[in-house]
Design a binder for this molecule. Sequence first.
Ligand SMILES: [Zn+2]
Ligand SMILES: [Zn+2]
Length: 241
Amino acid sequence: MKKILSYLFNIVFPPRCLYCGKIISSPNSICEECFEKISFISAPYCQICGIPFEVEKQTPKNLICPSCAAHKRLTRLNRSAIVYDDFSKNGILSFKFHDKLAFSKLFTKWLKLSGKDIFEQGVDLIIPVPLSYRRLLRRRYNQAAILAKELSELTGIKTDLMILKRIKHTKAQSLLSHHVRLKNVRNAFEVSKPQNIKGKRILLIDDVMTTGATLCECAKVLIKAGAESVDTLTVARTLRE
Ligand SMILES: [Zn+2]
Ligand SMILES: [Zn+2]
């Protein structure tokens, strides 16, 4: 009976590509043409920060970029599923600002795949980058919290959506330069129950990584609260040309 109902439902409301609206065979997905236009971040990439290298596939594994070789990072591993570009940003922005929550299923699937190295190293707790109370009231939902919750369901790893708080309302990072971004998020976060962080391997989730200033500031606070390690995983990241 359930099967018949879902069959009929699919005839009346067929699943559509989240990007272009074309009819497709399975829900919460995208069509082949849109899939082709997404730039997935694939090997070879820096084993630490995840930045892709412009080299042929036959390169040795365990490559590390010059920046990671020169400085020890605060975070353990950073991964992102796709490049934030003119095409992919339409989906991210609809998910973030225009209530297109169907994207979360697709994005979570991508997060799980691109976070493979992180899950192999071990994660105890998934935490989303929080929004300020003021911004949460305006937008009604935190896109990073939705991703964290779904990723937790998909992987069986615990999540805590409340433990990391944004205590300072900051200007939208997208409007600021790199240097100002760092200053803008300084002291903006707080861990509410440090005893629940102590000794844990934390995975921080957000939709987009641009300069990494926000993720870095969150990691700083979590490590100060006693986290054993912090990894970051985002749906998309910008790449400098
Ligand atoms: Zn499409
Ligand atoms: Zn690197």
